[in-house]
Ligand binder design. Structure first.
Ligand SMILES: Nc1ccn([C@@H]2O[C@H](COP(=O)(O)OP(=O)(O)OP(=O)(O)O)[C@@H](O)[C@H]2O)c(=O)n1
Ligand SMILES: C[C@](O)(CO)[C@H](O)COP(=O)(O)O
Length: 230
C-alpha cells in the first residue's frame, strides 16, 4: 500500500472517436461487464485518497456522456477535447489551473481507453516518482521480436528489442512543466503522441516504471474481446 497522502490531479483524455474500433459509438462508451469503458477507467481513480481533482476531456460533440450516472458526480470536472489527443490533454491541464492546481502539483494523465489499470500499478507509479525531479510513466519492456518495415511491407531490419519499452498510461508529471512543454511542443509542430514525448522534447528524461501488460489501450475490436473474455 502506497502512502495515501501523495496528492495528485488526474486528466482523462476521452475526446477521441475510436475510428480503429469501427464501432457504432466512440469506444470509451462501449460496454464492458455491464458498464462503459470510461466508467471503469474513472473508477480507477475516484476512490484514491490522494486525488485532488479529476478532469475528463470530452468532444464538444459528445452526446453520450450526459447519459452516464457519473456525469453528475461532483468530483468529475469537464474540459473540451481538441483535434488531437495532445490538444485534449492541454485543455485538461488548463482546466486544472482553473480548479486551483499549482505548477508544482503532480498530474497523472490516463487514457479513457485503458479501463484495466491495476491499483497496484497506480500506487507503484506514485510511490516511485513522488520525489523524482522529472516524472515518468508506466511502461512495459517489449517481449516480442521487433521488425522494421519497408514501403513494400517487407522486413528491413530487426532492432535490439532490449532497448525498447511500450509506453502506457498513467503518465505522471508536474503540472507547470507538462503544461509548458506540451504548449511549446505543439506550437512548434512537434509530433506529440504522449505526455512523455513533450517532456523529452523539452530536454528532460522521464523515468519508466514497469507495469502490467494487461493495462491495455482498447484500440481495435480484439482488444475489447480480450477484456471481455477475462
Ligand atoms: N483528439 C483526441 C483523440 C484521442 N483522445 C483520447 O486519447 C486516448 C487515446 O487515444 P486513441 O486510443 O487514439 O483514441 P481515438 O483517437 O479515439 O482512437 P482512433 O485513433 O482509433 O480514432 C483515448 O481515450 C481518446 O479518447 C482525446 O482525448 N482527444
Ligand atoms: C498515450 C499512449 O497511450 C501511450 O502509449 C499512446 O501514445 C496513445 O496513442 P493513440 O494513437 O492516441 O492511441
Amino acid at each position: 500500500m502506497t502512502d495515501p497522502l501523495i496528492p495528485f490531479w488526474v486528466v482523462i483524455p476521452a475526446a477521441g472517436v475510436g475510428s480503429r474500433m469501427q464501432a457504432d459509438r466512440p469506444k470509451q462508451y462501449l460496454p464492458l461487464a455491464g458498464r462503459t469503458l470510461i466508467e471503469h477507467t474513472l473508477d480507477c481513480f475516484l476512490g484514491q485518497p490522494g486525488l485532488r481533482g479529476l478532469v475528463v476531456c470530452l468532444s464538444v460533440d459528445d452526446g453520450w456522456w450526459p447519459d452516464l450516472p457519473c456525469a453528475s458526480d461532483e468530483r468529475i470536472q469537464r474540459a473540451d477535447g481538441g483535434r488531437e489527443r495532445a490538444d485534449s490533454v492541454l485543455s485538461g491541464l488548463d482546466r486544472l489551473v482553473e480548479l486551483g492546481a499549482d505548477d508544482a502539483d503532480w498530474v497523472l494523465v490516463h487514457d479513457a481507453a485503458r479501463p484495466n489499470l491495476a491499483e497496484s500499478d497506480l500506487h507503484r507509479l506514485l510511490a516511485e516518482l513522488r520525489d523524482d525531479p522529472v516524472g515518468g510513466l508506466l511502461a512495459v519492456p517489449v517481449r516480442d521480436t521487433l521488425k522494421m518495415v519497408g514501403a513494400d511491407g517487407r522486413v528491413t531490419g530487426t532492432p535490439d528489442r532490449s532497448q525498447f519499452w511500450q509506453a502506457y498510461t498513467p503518465q505522471m508529471f508536474r503540472l507547470g512543466a507538462l503544461r509548458r512543454a506540451l504548449g511549446e511542443a505543439l506550437a512548434a509542430g512537434a509530433n506529440i503522441t504522449d505526455e512523455a514525448s513533450a517532456i523529452e522534447w523539452a530536454g528532460q528524461a522521464p523515468r519508466l516504471i514497469e507495469g502490467r501488460a494487461d493495462n491495455i489501450k482498447v484500440t481495435r475490436p480484439e482488444d475489447l474481446e480480450f477484456l471481455r473474455r477475462r
